[in-house]
Each structure stands twice: as C-alpha cells, then as structure tokens.
Design a protein around this ligand. Structure first.
Ligand code: NAP
Length: 242
C-alpha cells in the first residue's frame, strides 16, 4: 500500500490532465493516469511524474466503457492500495450544429465526458467511504454553464457534471468526501489548437488563454488546501464568465 497520498487522473497523459498529474506528483502524490490510445504521451508523462520520486503508472482503457472502468479501478486500487483524489478529467469534443448532429456524436460525447464520471466514481467511492476521506474533482467547462453553439452534446455533458457534483457533495459530505468541479475557459491544449485564439482573447478580461498549469494549481488547491469547500463549480477562465 502506498505511503503517499494517491491520485487517479483520467486522461492524465496529455493536456490539462497531464499538468494536474505533475502538480500532484510535485506535492508528493503517487499518481495513476489513464489514457485512450496515445501510448507515447502516456509513457512520457509517467517518466516525468517519476522524476518527483513518486510512484506513477498509466492505464489504457476507454472511460466511456462501464466494464473497462470497473476493471481498471479495481486494478488501480490493488496497485496503489488507497485513493485520496479522483479527477474525472478525460473528455472529447465532437462539435457540430445540432440540426446536423448525429446520434453517434451525441452519444460519444455524453459517454466519454459524463457517463465516464459515473463509471469511474462508482467503483472508487466505496474505498473513499471506508477511508472516511476523499476528494473528487470533475472537469466541467464554461460550455456547461453558458451553453455554446455547435456544442449541444458537450454542453449537455458538462452541465450534467455540475448536477452530479452538487448531488454527490450533498450525499458524501457526512463521510468527509468533498466533491467539486472546475469549469475551465479556453485552455491551450490539443483540444483547442484549431481555434481562432486572437478573436477569443478579445473577450477574456485577463487577455490570454489559460494554461494547463492554471487548472492544475486549482486541482491541487482543492485537494490540499480546501477542507471546507464542497459542491462548488470553480471557474478558471480568465474572467470569461462573470
Ligand atoms: P486533451 O489535450 O485532448 O487530452 C485528453 C485526454 O483524455 C488524453 O489523455 C486522452 O488520452 C484522454 N481521453 C480522451 N478520450 C478518452 C477515452 N475515451 N478514454 C480514456 N481517456 C480518454 O484534452 P484537454 O484539453 O486536456 O481536456 C481535458 C478535460 O478538460 C476534458 O474533459 C475537456 O472537456 C475539459 N476542458 C478543456 C478545455 C480546454 O480549453 N482545453 C476547456 C474546458 C474543459 P489519449 O492521449 O490516449 O487520447
């Protein structure tokens, strides 16, 4: 069993998840990251995490698959022995105007961004309840708060995570398990690399896109320095939603 605290980060191999994994490893956490298929990125992140002297391991499975999540959660719990932080972060976009949106693109986004949070949290929550402690962070989005044309599927999934966060916070508070969500604005990752950043920046009070590290610092804050914060949706968006 790990002597360090343990964090599980879905989609921890690239982008925001990778930055969160590094931030928690720097804080002394052993880290399990999941990824979908990009093995090179996952191996690279594990190596980077290990430079902090912590245990790190990657797990390849589809977060949109209930059985795969249950199996992986079981394996991770066996490998690490405890769980302090669960970051439900893996996500995808399949943008398109609603009139032309296929059921396939609707379902892919709902399964990967929203149902995945149920699939991962469900097998892990029992361990947190037994431990009488835990911190769950769900990666929502400003799209889940404001809506966004061309993102009916994504906005629905991210709004769903907000309801999930608030309900779980109320259910699990008495077990000393805190559940919060982060609503990032536009963050520089592969997911946003094709956007017109100049146009977007005009509308951001802080006049820049966010960095994955901006989100990672918030995750570390929620994990380490926020014992009386639960059920909150923390906007990390440069002031875009005010
Ligand atoms: P990213 O750079 O595209 O990275 C996505 C990560 O999720 C990768 O590790 C990827 O693994 C993994 N992943 C994707 N689909 C998966 C699946 N079906 N099963 C398991 N893992 C899967 O994305 P990001 O920009 O860091 O976004 C991370 C989260 O933040 C997402 O939930 C996203 O919706 C949310 N968010 C992002 C922004 C933004 O501006 N970037 C804004 C608001 C919210 P592989 O490397 O193997 O593909």
């Amino acid at each position: 069993m790990s002597e360090n605290k343990v964090a599980i980060i879905t989609g921890g191999s690239r982008g925001i998840g990778r930055a969160c994994a590094i931030e928690l490893a720097k804080a002394g956490y052993d880290v399990a990251i999941s990824y979908a298929g990009n093995e090179e990125a996952a191996n690279n992140t594990v190596k980077e995490l290990e430079t902090n002297g912590v245990k790190a391991k990657s797990y390849k499975f589809d977060v949109a698959n209930k059985e795969a999540c249950a199996k992986a959660a079981d394996e991770i719990l066996k490998d690490f022995g405890r769980i302090d932080v669960l970051l439900n972060n893996a996500g995808i976009t399949r943008d398109g105007l609603f009139m032309r949106m296929s059921a396939e693109n609707w379902e892919a986004v709902i399964n990967t961004n929203l149902n995945s949070a149920f699939y991962m949290t469900n097998p892990i929550i029992k361990t947190m309840v037994k431990q009488r402690s835990g911190c769950i962070v769900n990666m929502s989005s400003i799209s889940g708060i404001m809506g966004n044309p061309g993102q009916a599927n994504y906005s629905t999934a991210k709004a769903g995570l907000i309801g999930f966060t608030k309900s779980l916070a109320k259910e699990l508070g008495s077990r000393n398990i805190r559940v919060n969500a982060i609503a990032p604005g536009f963050i520089q990752t592969d997911m946003t690399k094709d956007l017109d950043t100049e146009k977007i920046t005009e509308h951001i009070p802080l006049k820049r896109l966010g960095l994955p590290e901006d989100i990672a610092k918030t995750v570390k804050f929620l994990a380490e320095d926020a014992p009386y914060i639960t059920g909150q949706i923390i906007g990390v968006d440069g002031g875009l939603v005010i």
